[in-house]
Design a protein around this ligand. Structure first.
Ligand code: GLC
Length: 404
């Protein structure tokens, strides 16, 4: 368990590559059956990254209240964003003609954020990969022969070695869960931990891992296990020029608090355009959400699991120590009754300005009354309850469930 991971609870995921030139997401090579040569001509050679300024990305992450960043150093297409000696199909030789990873690591570190690298073991363009156009992934039996499997393992491992040795301290290595099986992930992970003893590694290359991750859904891991949910800001990871299904700042806050209420993190994605610019909508949404998130670090950073269930008005609910934070994304219209808390409530106040909120406890019910309506903060207002001890509940914790 690494303290920094739970301190920030919020990270920036960045999907950026030659595919960003096309603006049709990050899967085009595979979905459209584009061969390596055609892909190079159409996308790699036209990728200039002319406005690439990772310091700007890092500043946006900070403004959004994030504590770490994770960049796709090599996605499934197999194109390396760094100056690789083992993979000539890379950004220092072609396209941008720069080591994009070096610039990124430097900027993120300077901004005081934790440095994360995403790496996908799949490599559609590699001759030893079982095939570029598998839908969706090749399996263990799809290797051409044992010799090509061994060569592939040696190859992807040497790429990871470069990433783990060429850029100083790396805080987080984020493997994508992309088969082919079996690529002896355990041996690779041993090497990673030897080269970077303090690194945090996610679960997708197998064991041993540090943290779990759910994708496009918020699925808490078992108690005691660090975890995060990775989510897109619209419906795509890589830049998609036609995707306008943006989440709102309130959605972002809701997702972050939903993770935090079960002691998990939100890794939120942006898909920059080929030149390096972050789409205007992403910037606007992150800034607006960030304005709230930065002022609410207290109820997000190091949040702890609590025993309470869901209700329709105060949601999500986060907790730390003897404090419980009721978040009102829905205005309670003046009053709120909570029939779950077993503790004695010592005080209730608005987190925004510390103004007291009237309350009384009767039998098993807590009543908050004369709450200003509309509440003073947007997109959510938070009431802090100080309890006489660690949060305890009157009812069993449940999740909402509908039988099929
Ligand atoms: C999905 C996508 C992949 C992306 C990943 C991020 O698996 O297929 O392209 O990198 O999500 O978690």
């Amino acid at each position: 368990m690494k303290a920094w991971f739970n301190e920030s609870r919020f990270g920036m995921f960045i999907h950026w590559g030659a595919y960003s030139v096309a603006g049709r997401g990050e899967w085009i090579m595979n979905r459209e059956r584009i061969g390596k040569e055609e892909y190079t001509q159409k996308y790699v050679d036209n990728w200039h990254a002319e406005k690439y300024e990772p310091a700007g990305w890092a500043a946006l992450a900070k403004e959004s209240g994030m504590g770490y960043m994770v960049l796709t150093t090599r996605h499934h297409d197999g194109f390396a964003l760094w100056d690789s000696k083992v993979n000539a199909w890379n950004a220092a030789r072609l396209g941008p003609k720069r080591d994009l990873v070096a610039q990124y690591v430097d900027a993120v570190r300077k901004a005081g954020l934790k440095v994360g690298l995403y790496y996908s073991p799949a490599a559609w363009s590699h001759p030893d990969y079982p095939g570029a156009f598998f839908r969706d992934w090749p399996g263990e039996k799809d290797w051409r022969d044992e010799a090509s499997r061994q060569r592939f393992i040696e190859y992807y491992r040497s790429e990871i070695r470069e990433l783990m040795t060429g850029y100083g301290r790396i805080d987080y290595l984020w493997f994508d869960g992309c088969i082919p099986e079996n690529i002896d992930g355990d041996e690779t992970l041993k090497m990673v931990k030897e080269l970077q003893p303090d690194i945090l590694v996610n679960t997708r290359l197998g064991k041993p891992f540090d943290n779990k991750c759910s994708e496009q859904t918020i699925h808490p891991a078992a108690a005691g296990q660090d975890w995060e949910a990775c989510m897109t800001l619209n419906g795509n990871w890589g830049y998609h020029a036609g995707d306008m299904r943006w989440k709102s700042p309130a959605d972002v806050i809701d997702m972050l608090l939903t993770c935090a209420q079960s002691a998990g993190n939100l890794l939120l994605n942006i898909g920059p355009e080929a030149d390096g610019t972050v789409p205007e909508n992403s910037v606007r949404i992150l800034r607006e959400a960030g304005n709230w998130i930065r002022r609410h670090r207290e109820c997000i950073a190091n949040s702890e699991r609590h025993p309470f269930s869901w209700n329709c008005t105060a949601r999500p609910i986060t907790a730390k120590g003897n404090n419980v934070y009721l978040h009102f994304i829905n205005d309670p219209c003046g009053s709120f009754c909570w029939a779950e808390v077993k503790n004695k409530v010592l005080s209730a106040s608005l987190l925004k300005d510390g103004a007291p909120v009237e309350f009384r406890q009767e039998d098993n019910r807590l009543f908050l009354e004369n709450i200003p309506s509309p509440m003073p903060d947007s997109p959510a207002s938070t009431v802090v309850l100080k309890l006489d001890g660690k949060p305890e509940t009157l009812t069993r914790q449940t999740t909402f469930w509908i039988p099929e």
